[in-house]
Design a protein around this ligand. Structure first.
Ligand SMILES: C[S@@+](CC[C@H](N)C(=O)[O-])C[C@H]1O[C@@H](n2cnc3c(N)ncnc32)[C@H](O)[C@@H]1O
Length: 418
């Protein structure tokens, strides 16, 4: 029998799980392992094959750090790809998006940024693409190559084993597809690589899937989880272990927790922290994202923290010819004053949503718990701001700075998603 592995191929029990909800094994990327083991990669450089010449040093090429090497190494394992592919909400929405844009893809050149096993590239080939460049810096690219061959698609899908920042492709592309989203959207910082690919190769009027993304946040109440994790220590086999409570509170609140909640845990309408337009977003814009919020609690409940989640949409020229996605959305003000874009015609939207009220995905939701819950009254305002910034040491990590005021008291909470 194979040992039970988490997403990175490390044994399940070797990865302690911080936070209230991080105890259920497989993760898309085991965050701790990347932080602590940049030297754990099997080789010192990312190989690049099928690249005609690499002498030309280009400005768009950021250095490949040890953290990047550890990151790509984390994607060389089976478990993480199995987890993503088995996430039917994710994979079927991508397939639907490709099929919906079939008329745009057929006969065209596609670039799959971070192809993994090659599944999206193969969907594009099935949709009639003339050629698909499937690029991945992880060793999983070697398997993608074999999978392409096993499906007799080698004449259409060209697998390039290297960073999208480093490979050379000698033509412009009509379509860029990528599954780049990390926990709370921005973790992993992979979108920068999609932007690099867009700026290097996308033809004017080309299609990017997904076309846009939104990161949301909302205050949450989660008494069951809190009791399970904190109150548990009050009576353990009849023993009063409450001296453990401060430790449990610290552990639950020190790092963001990836877990599945439901709409019932959400206390207000969500606030859109960041809207990303795949066609115009810049790498610089992603370094720091700040957003102010004002919520009004819809009920009387203990406030345990904030939850984050995201949606991505797949729109483009096939749906709205001669225009980009941005004009297909309108800004609507929510009851709490924050903005949320709603499509003019909901039938147009193909959305991959990781919201608590929707079917769960492997991204789940990301929760930031407070050390102590705050007693909220109905209609009580919660005001403040959130800043998400790329960690200076490892840009794939996200620093989260939350400042909020409730009931006349102000709080600051800082954490790192790693
Ligand atoms: C979330 S996985 C998606 C895999 C596949 N597209 C799928 O949908 O199953 C992201 C992949 O992108 C690759 N990747 C991330 N950044 C990259 C870069 N700059 N250049 C090449 N590959 C990259 C990772 O190695 C990983 O295999």
């Amino acid at each position: 029998m194979f040992p039970k592995e988490n997403g990175n191929g490390y044994h399940h029990h070797e990865v302690p799980s911080p936070g209230i909800g991080n105890g259920d094994g497989v993760r898309r990327v085991t965050r701790r392992s990347r932080a602590s083991s940049p030297t754990s990669t099997s080789s010192g450089t990312v190989p690049v094959v099928r690249v005609p010449e690499q002498q030309r040093l280009q400005q768009h090429r950021p250095p490949c750090t040890d953290f990047d090497m550890a990151y790509f190494n984390s994607y060389s394992h089976l478990g993480i790809h199995q987890e993503m592919i088995k996430d039917r909400v994710r994979t079927e929405t991508y397939r639907d998006a490709i099929m919906r844009h079939q008329s745009f893809i057929a006969g065209k050149v596609v670039l799959d940024v971070g192809c993994g096993t090659g599944i999206l590239s193969i969907f594009c080939a099935q949709a009639g693409a003339k050629r698909v460049y499937a690029v991945d810096a992880s060793d999983i690219a070697l398997k993608a190559h074999d999978i392409v061959e096993a499906n007799n698609l080698s004449d259409v899908v060209v697998v390039l084993h290297g960073r999208v920042e480093d490979v050379e492709i000698d033509e412009e592309v009509d379509v860029i597809i990528s599954e780049w989203m990390g926990y709370m959207l921005l973790y992993e910082s992979m979108l920068g690589s999609v932007i690099t690919a867009r700026d290097r190769w996308l033809k004017p009027g080309g299609l990017i899937l997904p076309s846009n993304a939104s990161l949301y946040m909302a205050p949450v109440t989660h008494t069951d989880r809190y009791s399970e994790y904190i109150d548990f220590w009050r009576n353990v086999y009849g023993i009063n272990m409450s001296p453990m409570i401060s430790l449990a509170k610290q552990s639950a609140s020190e790092e963001p927790s990836v877990e599945t909640i439901t709409g019932e845990n959400i206390l207000t309408w969500p606030h859109e922290v960041k809207y990303i337009d795949s066609y115009s977003i810049t790498i610089h814009e992603l370094e720091t994202v700040t957003s102010s919020f004002k919520f009004n609690s819809m009920m009387r409940a203990p406030l345990h923290g904030f939850a984050f989640w995201f949606d991505v949409e797949f729109n483009g020229p096939a749906i709205k010819p001669n225009d980009s996605h941005s004009t297909s959305s309108t800004d609507n003000h929510l009851a709490n004053g924050s903005q949320r874009r709603k499509r003019t015609n909901p039938n147009d939207a193909l959305v991959l949503s990781t919201a608590p009220e929707n079917p769960p995905t492997h991204w789940q939701q990301t929760l930031i718990y407070f050390y102590e819950p705050i007693a909220l009254e109905q209609d009580q305002p919660i005001e403040g701001s959130v800043t998400l910034s790329q960690n200076k040491e490892n840009a794939r990590f996200i620093n989260i700075n939350l400042e909020y005021s409730v009931g006349g008291r102000s709080y600051v909470k800082q954490s790192v998603m790693k």
